[in-house]
Design a protein. Structure first.
Length: 159
């Protein structure tokens, strides 16, 4: 009767130690993480802003240096700038996503990936989301038409 309780206690201890190794200080935060994961841009007028930036931070709370090995973006309109590619233990680096807005219209989600040399955290996804609207565009959110039957004349004016 005493032996199963000891084995259960050993299993619980091992599971707790494994989980503690995945997190920083038992506070529930991953040892390496990006904040924010998604940057909300709001409404962007491409004719007013040729380029916009979204800023992210990569946090290394491990006891070992972290190296950024590669960056990838979802489209040619996006460029990633990394403050430095080596992040000492307990430090943070700023990552800037530069987005060229020409040709972007409607709801857009621009994504990028940051790859590291840490096998437990090989890559991180970054996203910037916004509504890209320009002057002279028509959106279903801005136009309201009354109910029209198929045979009804909608406009009789000539321009």
């Amino acid at each position: 009767m005493g032996r199963p309780m000891i084995e259960l206690g050993a299993v619980i201890t091992v599971v707790a130690l494994v989980c503690a190794g995945c997190f920083n200080g038992g506070h529930g935060a991953p040892a390496i993480y990006v904040s924010p994961a998604v940057q909300l841009l709001g409404t962007v007028n491409p004719s007013d802003n040729e380029e916009i930036s979204a800023r992210f931070h990569l946090h290394n709370t491990t006891s070992k240096p972290l190296r950024i090995t590669k960056t990838m973006t979802s489209c040619g309109c996006t460029e990633i700038k990394v403050g430095r590619h080596s992040i000492p233990p307990g430090d943070t680096v700023e990552i800037v996503m530069r987005i060229r807005t020409k040709g972007l219209f409607g709801q857009q989600k621009i994504s990028a990936q940051i790859w590291t040399d840490n096998s437990a955290y090989p890559y991180f996804d970054l996203s910037a989301a916004g509504d890209f609207t320009g002057h002279g565009t028509i959106s279903p959110y801005d136009v309201t038409l009354p109910f029209v039957t198929p045979s009804e004349l909608v406009c009789s004016h000539s321009y």
